[in-house]
Design a protein around this ligand. Structure first.
Ligand code: WT7
Length: 632
């Protein structure tokens, strides 16, 4: 690939070129893909008008680029390596030929159930090969996939199904997760009882665990009954470059989750280009990203990115702590993994378990380590670098978001000089800027401010599903003509970026993105709760913990309802949003106009009470003292 960056000089040339000759730059990259018809225009539209388009007029199918394109030269190469939850269970391998066949069969299975181009299909599954196969099958028939992470509750699932109007759901009987099983079909049944899910006509159930399930006549079908008899050839649907590829829900600072919408060609180019250049995977390497396909990382860097590049992608069903804290390293040793990509929260948890779990494994196959999802603190970075990477593996600290489609700021493995806790430099095509509160660009280095992106890039979201105005308001209105990331960042004297975390009311708990408003809404559902306010605080392993201040009906004994409040959160969102601390208070600090002053609550939760800042606008300043006295 002539666009593959191989040296620092290549990077500098590519970066300059991408900004100065944007259309020819991305046109050249796109030339190396398979098109049913080439594009008329590489790029049009802009951030101000929220009408960005890439490769307009082009016709393609992303799965032909992930699969068909590799059959000739890589047909017998392993495309997908599946490592099960239980280390003694069967490893599964799909060559490119076999994966192509499986995806074609699944595509025919969807078509036989009436799924057509443009229909939405919801995938609520555990990490089994059939999830990746289903994702690709949707893309092959032109259906828009919406994967919902298996840790979300029935109500959260129902909300997502309602929002996207899914016609079909694919789930598992249950999923293995460490020493537990997650009863996915049962949760799915509960969701489908709700009136929100009236759009769902069919449910396909893949059997993984052998869990007892109820199959609803006329609606529920077993994967194994449908799949086996399908033809292993399926012509890929012809998609326009800007046809919808998928929706993925993510939390914002207000209200209900947003359906982030990605389209076909731009996303494809971005996932492929960033994967190749950031990770520098070579033909015989073995790449493993530990994320779940329920998150964007699993879309771009387990599924699309690696397969678009003809790499071998590893899919792991389990959790880092089962059967013990050596599981990741045992898998690396077992398969001779060369590229390993995980989240800081996992690194911190494993760091806490002690060096022994690492030291008794042979990790000499490792070439490149990656980090994603939250800021990686220096201690974790050093541990990862020294103990796992034996000081010879570069670490790529990749900053990006569900909205960006792929990696935006990151070292390129072995090429960029790294610096602990710094995501370093932007990928070609990305023009980051730091802006101050007034919205003015902060120029010169070093600098600090809110991180914005100045121009459109191929992988960016195109809209929020069903709510284009919210798209404009959330991302494109805060700073005129720019995409606002919601993150704060610093730039050092060499222009390297360090992402410091969210500046809005979004929490990052173990790499999971959670809106404080969503948690508050869930807590407020409890009949005895009058009001609540949720903030984040530093947590050694999770990165951020959830601190809830709750006002309850005076009559009630607080101790009794803590668990019930947690139950509400489980019910409305899922266990990932469980508050770590709940403090019952009689009042919340409010301004005269009734706005909760979260800044103060955050400082109290973070034990930063030496300097609470300006409290003069508070309606009743004595509230603060009382809350501080009750701090847990
Ligand atoms: C938020 C996006 C990117 C895929 C997984 C999360 C934080 C992500 C980094 C990093 C510091 C990071 C940001 C961002 N984040 N990567 N390398 N360093 N922070 O995707 O759920 O959309 O969350 O995760 O705060 O805004 P997401």
């Amino acid at each position: 690939m002539e666009w593959k960056i191989k040296s620092w000089k290549d990077y500098q040339t590519a970066y300059k070129n991408s900004l100065e000759n944007t259309e020819s730059f991305w046109g050249n990259v796109a030339e190396t893909f398979l098109w049913q018809k080439k594009w008329d225009k590489v790029h049009s539209g802009n951030l101000t008008e929220a009408n960005v388009k890439w490769f307009e007029g082009g016709k393609l199918n992303i799965t032909e680029n992930c699969l068909d394109r590799h059959l000739k030269d890589r047909g017998d190469k392993v495309a997908l390596l599946f490592e099960p939850n239980d280390p003694s269970d069967q490893v599964q391998k799909y060559t490119y030929k076999q994966l192509h066949e499986a995806v074609c069969k699944a595509s025919n299975m969807l078509k036989a159930q009436g799924v057509k181009k443009g229909d939405r299909v919801c995938l609520y599954m555990s990490m089994v090969p059939e999830l990746l196969i289903s994702v690709l099958a949707c893309a092959r028939v032109g259906a828009v996939h919406s994967v919902v992470f298996g840790g979300f509750s029935a109500e959260a699932l129902a909300g997502r199904i309602e929002d996207c109007g899914a016609k079909l759901v694919i789930t598992n009987d249950a999923g293995f997760r460490g020493n537990k099983t997650v009863k996915l079909k049962k949760i799915c049944d509960e969701a489908l009882l709700k009136k929100e899910c009236a759009s769902v006509e069919k449910v396909i159930v893949h059997k993984r665990v052998g869990e007892e399930v109820t199959m609803k006549e006329g609606r529920d079908l077993w994967w194994h009954d449908l799949f086996a008899s399908q033809s292993s050839e399926c012509k890929a649907e012809v998609m326009d470059s800007e046809d919808d590829l998928f929706i993925l829900y993510t939390s914002g600072s207000t209200g209900k989750p947003k359906g982030i919408k990605h389209t076909t060609a731009g996303y494809m180019i971005w996932a492929a280009y960033t994967f190749a250049n950031v990770f520098q995977v070579e033909e015989n390497d073995l790449y493993w990203c530990t994320a779940d396909i329920g998150w964007i990382t699993g879309h771009s860097y387990i599924t699309y990115g690696p397969l678009l590049n003809g790499a071998t992608t590893t899919m792991f069903e389990g959790v880092p702590s089962f059967p013990d804290a050596g599981r990741f390293w045992q898998v690396v040793d077992k398969h001779k993994i060369t590229h390993f990509y995980t989240a800081p929260t996992a690194i911190r948890a494993l760091m806490g378990a002690g060096a022994d779990f690492v030291l008794d494994k042979d990790l000499s196959s490792l070439k490149v380590l990656g980090s994603v999802g939250e800021p990686i603190n220096e201690e974790a970075w050093d541990w990862y670098h020294d103990l796992v990477g034996k000081k010879v593996c570069p670490i790529v600290d990749t900053w990006w978001q569900t909205e960006t489609g792929g990696i935006m700021i990151s070292p390129l493995a072995g090429i960029t000089k790294e610096k602990a806790s710094f995501a370093t430099y932007p990928l070609p095509g990305i023009e980051p800027v730091l802006v101050d509160e007034k919205g003015d660009e902060v120029v010169g280095d070093p600098a600090e401010g809110n991180l914005c992106i100045k121009r459109a890039w191929p992988g960016m979201l195109r809209s929020i599903w069903g709510d284009h105005n919210r798209f404009i308001e959330t991302y494109l209105s805060t700073y005129k003509g720019m995409y606002f990331t919601g993150d704060g960042a610093r730039r050092d004297e060499d222009g390297k970026y360090r992402i410091t975390g969210r500046v809005d009311d979004v929490l990052n708990v173990s790499g999971h993105r959670i809106g404080t408003a969503e948690v508050e809404n869930a807590i407020n559902e409890h009949p005895f709760v009058i009001e609540s306010a949720v903030v984040g605080y530093p947590h050694d392993i999770k990165g951020q913990g959830i601190y809830a201040y709750v006002i309850i009906d005076e009559e009630q004994a607080a101790s009794d309802i803590k668990d019930e409040i947690i139950g509400e959160v489980n019910r409305h969102i899922g266990p990932i949003a469980k508050p770590d601390k709940i403090q019952f208070v009689t009042d919340l600090p409010k301004t005269r106009s009734g706005k909760i002053m979260r800044r103060i609550l955050r400082k109290i939760a973070c034990d930063e009470t030496d300097n609470l800042g300006d409290t003069s606008t508070l309606l009743d300043p004595s509230v603060v003292e009382k809350i501080m006295d009750g701090k847990i």
